[in-house]
Design a binder for this molecule. Structure first.
Ligand code: SAH
Length: 299
């Protein structure tokens, strides 16, 4: 058999093999996509156009695996898809059921609470209790808030994908991750250095890399990124810190527990009208750890 005789047949075979390999590759990718997505049933909690996908890629510098975070002043430019987690999903569903029993029916909030893996934010020893509807100790005398309170405070902020939100009291980073389910413009401040460092690392590791973290006294807010459409304070203040009020945008909303330490406080919703008029109203009685003015771990 000459080369000419064999050639067309071989070419045909190779083309067939190539087609099969490509088809198998495409199938494998498709299957992998489902696995990475993890939760076929969960819809995104944010912008309806944003598909729920695998953990977000590194942001502005695709060439580096450990890409540095975006410079503080630069807003998110890419479409933000929060990470998705399949582990302990049933427990999250039950936790969300409890939140629903309180009367919270906002589906976007319930979706966000279903999406964030709370067990990743609690100390290892408390992992079994991660989805119980109560606050849990996170070290340094601080707590991760009760899931229902996290859900209700988030709801009060009326977030959209464009909202700029400031959190005072990063703690474990859990509330910040819930906020990031709605918007990539999340700024959070923690006064206890070891907590601030751990939360920053955790948020990055989990793929909530859009959250910008800072160690410091949140009483002063974070002027560089102001004004904020939403401010959430997760520690109790004797009164509303004036800098936070100043950094609230016209039309903005703030939730903050106000009251004496070691007592129950009033969870206040503070709104600023377009014309700058500030109004506040009491939402419910709560018990938060106090807003500190000094890092207890610094000397
Ligand atoms: N939002 C947190 C829970 C926070 S508990 C979470 O999801 O895990 C309250 C947090 O506020 C504590 O971590 C406490 O250290 C922090 N805190 C207290 N005073 C602060 C201040 N002045 N500025 C920033 N953080 C403060």
């Amino acid at each position: 058999m000459s080369d000419q005789d064999r050639s067309p047949a071989d070419t045909g075979t190779w083309v067939l093999v190539a087609v099969v390999v490509c088809a198998l590759g495409a199938l494998a990718l498709w299957a992998l996509r489902d696995v990475l997505r993890g939760e076929a049933g969960s819809s995104g909690a944010r912008d309806a156009n944003t598909p729920a996908t695998q953990p977000a890629p590194a942001e502005s510098a695709p060439t580096s695996e450990s890409a540095p975070t975006r410079p503080a002043s630069q807003p998110a430019t890419r479409k933000w898809s929060p990470p998705r987690f399949a582990q302990r999903r049933q427990e999250r569903d039950r936790m969300v059921q409890v939140i629903r029993w309180y009367g919270l029916a906002d589906q976007a909030i319930l979706n966000a609470m279903t999406a964030v893996p709370r067990h990743e934010f609690v100390p290892g020893g408390l992992a079994a209790s991660a989805y119980a509807d109560r606050p849990l100790a996170i070290g340094h005398g601080q707590t991760i808030s009760q899931p229902y309170i996290v859900a209700e405070m988030t709801r009060q902020l009326a977030l959209t994908p464009k909202s700029r939100v400031l959190e005072i009291g990063t703690g474990s980073g859990y509330q910040a991750a819930v906020l990031a389910e709605f918007t990539p413009h999340v700024y959070t401040i923690e006064i206890v250095k070891p907590l601030a460092d751990a939360a920053a690392k955790r948020l990055k590791r989990l793929g909530y890399d859009v959250v910008q973290t800072r160690h410091g006294d949140g009483y002063h807010g974070w002027k560089e990124h102001a004004p904020y459409d939403a401010v959430i304070v997760t520690c109790a203040a004797g009164q509303i810190p004036p800098p936070l009020l100043r950094q609230l945008a016209p039309g903005g909303r703030m939730v903050i527990p106000v009251g004496a330490r070691f007592a129950t406080q009033s969870l206040m919703l503070v709104t600023k009208d377009k014309d700058g008029t500030v109004r506040s109203r009491n939402l419910m009685a709560v018990a938060f750890v106090p807003l500190l003015r000094k890092d207890p771990t610094s000397r």
